[in-house]
Design a protein around this ligand. Sequence first.
Ligand code: ADP
Ligand code: 5GP
Length: 199
Amino acid sequence: MSKKGKTFIISGPSGVGKSTVLKALLEQRKNVYFSVSATTRPPRPGELDGVHYHFMDVESFRKWIAMEQFLEYAEYVGNFYGTPKRYVDEAMEQGKDVILDIEVQGAIQVTSKRPETVRIFIAPPSWEELERRLKARGTDSQEKIQKRLLRAKVEFQTAHTYDYFVINDTVENAVRELDAIMTAEHCKPKERMEIINGS
Ligand code: ADP
Ligand code: 5GP
């Protein structure tokens, strides 16, 4: 086994199913740390502080920025989101793979700091299906849904810059592909040869 874990970025439009797919993936794949982001957006029904997000006000978020606590952060549809650096580094040191569910501006920041990061884009099978899922989730106003759909189209333009592209048609298919990607990334010669050579 490799000594240090790898970081995987998962980006994709709001409502595509990232949380759903990642929850299923984490149930079947061990030695993975899901990075819990900080956000200034209010919790949705059922979301727990410290589990789904670290919910905080804008003032606290700005303090974290000033104290350089974030690996990356971005503004998304009127709220701030950021990845606490410390937990990511601790998990990697423990040999765990780390999953970051972050939007594209954050993905660019992480990649420029840590180019070895693996980037995966998750897309819906169609735009109609994305809109249906956003509405079915029932957590956003019609106005927020339209903003998220608009943002989704802009984000989609960057999808070709990612290392992998997964279509979430069924949760089962998307989980199978993500699992395969993570496994394949551990089969790269550099990492395997380091294991054989004991370095
Ligand atoms: P995201 O985390 O990307 O914003 P969610 O995981 O909250 O998206 O999923 C948005 C909605 O779509 C939820 O109601 C979820 O149950 C549903 N969903 C997720 N994946 C699928 C799928 N493959 N087929 C149908 N519905 C899905
Ligand atoms: P939501 O409000 O639907 O949970 O998330 C909105 C968007 O913010 C999603 O695209 C999600 O990937 C992104 N996001 C969540 N956490 C972070 C983070 O820590 N940093 C960045 N840059 N984006 C995040």
